[in-house]
Design a protein around this ligand. Structure first.
Ligand SMILES: NC(=O)c1ccc[n+]([C@@H]2O[C@H](COP(=O)([O-])OP(=O)(O)OC[C@H]3O[C@@H](n4cnc5c(N)ncnc54)[C@H](OP(=O)(O)O)[C@@H]3O)[C@@H](O)[C@H]2O)c1
Length: 316
């Protein structure tokens, strides 16, 4: 371990960071070693990472001193924040700023910051095609990340900005899977019309990040969009029907209807899908599958992800 470069992985017990920890450990001759950050080193997920061979360190994005301690002596850091824990873009920005400052203070040589577009650059606040949320955002969980990019640049942190895509794992864990309608038929519901949506297997994000760390200096200062495939909801529904053995339709709704579903974050996600729909050419164009594949040769498309995961998709 001592001659290997340590990468501090924030969000290590989660989807993105977990994929990176595993990618580092799987490549035992790769020259890197993962230090997995968690707030609770005794959790089952943390213990599982330790069992795999990762070093565990406890730190909290809301506690700056814990960040500098976690980063001490590290070569690299994977920085990710979790909007869905608090639903506050402001808080996400505070956490990102702390991460950037802590990386600078500890002299980390390569940071990969998991970010997304600030959609207000595409849909200004006075553009009423979608409502402004919480007074100053269009898609809060995108905008807060995008608006945090400058913390890394302003602090002179050697950073690669990785722009992620919709996790197909949301069909398993995030309530996006097929639901039975009043007609007794299953459907997935999105406000996407027939536009392709950039998606990815969540674990492939960490694997792409690993490719960036391995590639090193050439990626510093770059913005890298990643996806496993750009695929319409109709095509996903058709593939799900075959894989699940039940008919799954695509229920296309308007963004207004989606925003009105009432679950926590429905307005944010309604705006997000509208952004995916209205800016599909930009969104899919920026996320170059061949680049993602060059970073991560195991990159899955939707059919490969589905073949491995269809048994986990709950039929609601
Ligand atoms: N779902 C999607 O389709 C999608 C697509 C693109 C981007 N995203 C973004 O992905 C982010 C979440 O990443 P994920 O899906 O990898 O997370 P996840 O699986 O939900 O896990 C959350 C991770 O964040 C860590 N965490 C949360 N608050 C923390 C804090 N205060 N201090 C330290 N660690 C903290 C947790 O660590 P412990 O609990 O162990 O401390 C855990 O490892 C969100 O911001 C979301 O916007 C999601």
């Amino acid at each position: 371990m001592s001659d290997k470069k340590t990468i501090v992985v924030f969000g290590a017990t989660g989807a993105q960071g977990g994929g990176l920890v595993k990618a580092i450990l799987e490549d035992s001759d790769g020259g890197f070693f993962p230090r997995a950050v968690t707030r609770n080193g005794n959790s089952d997920k943390a213990m599982a990472l330790k069992d795999l061979g990762a070093q565990l360190v406890e730190a909290d994005l809301d506690d700056y001193d814990s960040l500098t301690k976690a980063l001490e002596g590290a070569y690299g850091a994977y920085c990710v924040t979790n909007f869905w824990e608090h639903f506050s873009a402001e808080k996400e920005m505070q956490q990102a700023e702390s991460l950037a400052k802590a990386c600078k203070a500890t002299g980390v040589k390569h940071v990969v910051w998991s970010t997304l577009e600030d959609t207000r650059e595409f849909v200004p606040l006075d553009d009423n095609r979608m409502p402004t949320l919480q007074g100053k955002w269009k898609v809060p969980h995108f905008d807060g990340k995008g608006a945090s990019d400058h913390f890394f640049a302003d602090n002179g942190v050697p950073t690669t900005y990785i722009l992620t895509s919709f996790y197909w794992d949301n069909f398993v864990h995030f309530g996006s899977g097929p639901q039975k309608g009043a007609d007794g038929k299953y459907a997935i519901t999105f406000p996407l019309d027939d536009k392709p949506m950039s998606g990815i297997a969540a674990e492939d994000i960490g694997r792409c990040a690993y490719g960036i760390f391995k590639g090193g200096e050439q990626w510093i200062g770059k913005r890298v969009g990643i996806a496993g495939e750009h695929i319409s909801a109709g095509d996903m529904a058709a593939q799900m029907s075959k894989a699940l053995g039940v008919d799954v339709a695509y229920n296309n709704v308007t963004p207004e209807v989606y925003r009105g579903f009432g679950f926590p974050g429905a307005d944010d996600l309604g705006n997000m899908f509208q952004f995916y729909r209205d800016f599909a050419d930009y969104f899919t164009g920026f996320r170059d599958i061949s680049v993602a594949k060059s970073l991560n040769p195991k990159l899955q498309d939707f059919s490969q992800w589905l073949a491995a995961n269809s048994s986990k998709i709950p039929l609601g």
